[in-house]
Design a protein. Structure first.
Length: 132
């Protein structure tokens, strides 16, 4: 394919410094960036099992063992008007705090985040009671 392009355009035109190749390389780089963002964005969330919680944010993943989880609260995400856009889970651990990017929502009692919080704390209590 490259050979046909060089012969069709002439050798000088194929390698001319007109910046056309920069557009192609830039398009590939931008496309690759959006693929990475799309894949990483879709993977955001939490996985909990009998050993702890794996928190997957956009660019980082953090493992939180049940033994180091002290409590789970809510973090307010503000909107541009100064109000509250939504809440996220805030895991208080013995090594600092871990904020989850997903799930997000309202912190109202009986709401989705409250149910997730309650279920995770119940799993923690059960795992610690069962022992290693």
């Amino acid at each position: 394919m490259f050979g046909l392009t060089v012969v069709g355009m002439g050798i000088g035109a194929a390698f001319a410094p007109d910046g056309g190749w920069l557009v192609g390389v830039g398009g590939v780089a931008i496309g690759g960036f959006f693929v990475v963002i799309g894949v990483r964005g879709a993977r955001r969330g939490m996985d909990a099992d009998q050993h702890g919680i794996l928190v997957r944010n956009m660019f980082t993943s953090r493992w939180v063992p049940w033994e180091s989880l002290r409590d789970i609260g809510f973090e307010v995400v503000p909107n541009d008007a100064g109000g509250t856009a939504y809440h996220r889970l805030l895991l208080d651990t013995t090594h600092g705090s871990v904020v989850t990017q997903a799930p997000g929502g309202s912190d109202e009692p009986g709401g989705r985040l409250d149910l997730v919080r309650t279920a995770l704390l119940r799993m923690r209590d059960q795992a610690i009671a069962d022992g290693p």
